[in-house]
Write a protein that binds this ligand. Structure first.
Ligand code: NA7
Length: 583
């Protein structure tokens, strides 16, 4: 049987999500039942075309354009916060034309649209399509995914239908479902209220009294923009964050031309960036030199940018290790916090009122309340319901196991012919998530291949990870994570679930992960179905990696990285300061 074209109700592979990586956003407002699939399905789709040579896949996308985060996210100041553009892009689709080290949302979105066009992904994507549930059928050994049409024009379908597939991939990632704060009387507020992930760009905040709840990565981007034209911005901070400079810089025409026309320069630049980032992983290790360095440069920046207000500096200083929460990168957050129209409020919020927010016994009146309160990160794939072998609900299984887990963050117990992109324990604090996603895409397309080969031979093949292997892998992951600052009990973060287990972060460098995912050990998987004897590979299969930096000698890259750091540091930090002492 040859490859077929996917029909409305059938395809070899179903991918949920058509973006690149990161959180998903919409222009709609407070709608807690929405989910916007992020980010990463595009990468797998391209790998299926490039490496598995199949066109028999469908991408289901809740939104109406590709790009996930970068399609719908419209909060002011939104840009790639901590990853350099030349690394925050696919290794196989380098872009010499980035206009900045940290480009804004529009530029990243345009890049993704171009990539989707170039690889002709649009015919594969069903927009405005929300997945409600997916169920593995033990008899047919296929997935039945229930899809609901949403948000389309009249007649574009709001009815549910089922699509049957041999393989299912969740590309919804970790930051796709807004976290709404459980604050008393939240619905009583009579003014405007928006979650940053549901920003209404038509709302004009000029001259308004604005409250921002939260002080994480999103708030740090939005506050400087809001403070420019709002009458006042009151920031309700529960826990301060470590902030380091971004060193954001434009990339001029000359450099762009060099990247475009001088062979090898853009690639070398990417390798150097990769090497720098990989070495920054050290900041995540407890009491490491780099961990201390983060404290130092944070305090230096604070002293420089908020010179007169010691109390404000104190209130903005965390009492936990850098890395325990995500370290923020910003050149203008502290500058904004020092402005006359910006107020830091650290009293606990008691409740909402029709006029605003009651905190510390005072009612603060607002026109706009911005909920920069993050995402439901530890409930992977929420609110989709995924049922595996014998009707096992995966959220229930993970709950019993203490938290989400997946072999290499990809393969999940009791879910045959299933894979996740940006799944459990694959998030990074130091490097571009796209590097991880590329490694996962290669691995998944290699898993998909024998399933498709069986299908084309008229047979059925199912592959699922051995539960014992997942358990031993998870033990290793948690043991390694225990040595990192992510595990510092002195803070809560979106990396940990309510039991304190780190379900989101990877424990090491990207290169370590790329190495692990560059080989498939088939003994780690259990197979069944009539196609197992026909097509299943055995033993270890080398997939090959995405490790760009091995092409030049490590020491050369390291030297370049050190030289770059020295130049930046020499230019930007000539003054030395004393470390503050905490009791
Ligand atoms: P984060 O990093 O999860 O930050 C959420 C912020 O909201 C954080 O400061 C929280 O304080 C605060 N928060 C959450 N709930 C409340 C309540 N009920 N009351 C007061 N304050 C609250 O989300 P972001 O959107 O900033 O960033 C998420 C990721 O997106 C980021 O790391 C990038 O990778 C992109 P807390 O610290 O919990 O005390």
């Amino acid at each position: 049987m040859a490859e077929t074209k996917p029909g409305l109700n059938g395809a070899s592979v179903v991918i949920i999500g058509a973006g690149i990586s990161g959180g998903l956003f919409s222009t709609s407002e407070l709608r807690p039942t929405d989910v916007f699939y992020l980010a990463i399905g595009m990468c797998l789709a391209i790998d299926l075309i490039r490496r598995t040579h199949t066109q028999d896949f469908v991408i289901l996308e809740k939104s109406s354009q590709v790009g996930g985060t970068w399609n719908d996210n419209q909060y002011p100041g939104c840009s790639c916060d901590s990853h350099w553009s030349h690394l925050y892009s696919y290794s196989f689709e380098g872009n010499p034309d980035w206009t900045a080290l940290y480009p804004g949302r529009d530029e990243i979105h345009a890049y993704l649209i171009n990539v989707a066009k170039k690889w002709n992904l649009y015919p594969h994507i069903r927009f405005n399509s929300m997945v409600e549930e997916a169920r593995w059928d033990d008899q047919s050994k296929k997935w039945n995914t229930v899809v609901k049409g949403v948000g389309g024009k009249d007649g574009e379908g709001t009815q549910s239908y089922t699509i049957c597939s041999n393989f299912l991939v969740s590309a919804v990632g970790q930051l796709n479902y807004p976290q709404y704060p459980a604050i008393q009387d939240i619905d009583s507020f009579q003014g405007k209220m928006m979650h940053t992930a549901r920003w209404n760009a038509e709302y004009n905040f000029d001259g308004k009294r604005v409250a921002v709840i939260g002080s994480g990565a999103t708030a740090a981007q939005a506050i400087p923009e809001l403070a420019q034209t709002a009458t006042s911005v009151t920031v309700f901070q529960r826990t301060p964050n470590w902030v380091v400079p971004r060193y954001g810089k434009p990339i001029g025409k000359t450099l762009q031309a060099i990247f475009r026309y001088v062979p090898g320069v853009r690639r070398l630049f990417r390798m150097v960036l990769m090497a720098v980032r990989e070495r920054l992983f050290g900041f995540a290790i407890h009491d490491s030199v780099l961990n201390g360095y983060v404290r130092k440069i944070c305090h230096e920046m604070m002293e420089r940018q908020i010179p007169q207000k010691e109390k404000l500096r104190e209130a903005l200083t965390p009492k936990y290790s850098p890395g325990c929460k995500r370290v923020l990168t910003s050149d203008d957050f502290y500058v904004a916090m020092d402005k006359a129209n910006v107020l830091l409020e650290t009293s606990s919020i008691e409740r909402f009122t029709p006029e605003g927010i009651s905190a510390g016994g005072t009612v603060h009146e607002f026109d706009l309340i911005v909920l920069a309160t993050g995402f439901q990160t530890t409930e992977f794939m929420f609110p989709m319901k995924i049922y595996g072998v014998a009707g096992q609900a995966i959220d229930k299984l993970w709950h019993e196991q203490g938290g989400a887990r997946a072999y290499l963050g990809i393969s999940v117990e009791s879910l045959p012919n299933f894979a996740m992109l940006y799944g459990p324990n694959t998030n990074l604090g130091h490097n571009s998530i796209i590097l991880m996603i590329e490694a996962q895409s290669r691995y998944i397309s290699t898993l998909v291949n024998p399933v498709l080969q069986a299908r084309y031979k008229g047979a059925l093949l199912c592959i699922q990870p051995n539960p014992q292997r997942i358990a031993s892998y998870n033990e290793e992951v948690q043991e390694r994570l225990g040595k990192t600052a992510f595990a510092d009990p002195a803070c809560n973060s979106w990396y940990k679930n309510d039991k304190g287990i780190i379900t989101n972060n990877w424990y090491g460098t990207v290169v370590e992960y790329q190495k692990q995912t560059s080989i498939i050990v088939w003994d780690d998987y259990i197979v069944c179905g009539s196609g197992s004897g026909l097509v299943l590979p055995r033993g270890k299969v080398k997939i090959g990696g995405v490790v760009e930096e091995v092409r030049v000698m490590h020491c050369l890259v390291s030297l370049s990285a050190l030289a770059l750091l020295a130049i930046f540091r020499g230019k930007l930090y000539k003054r030395t300061i004393k470390f503050p002492v905490w009791s």
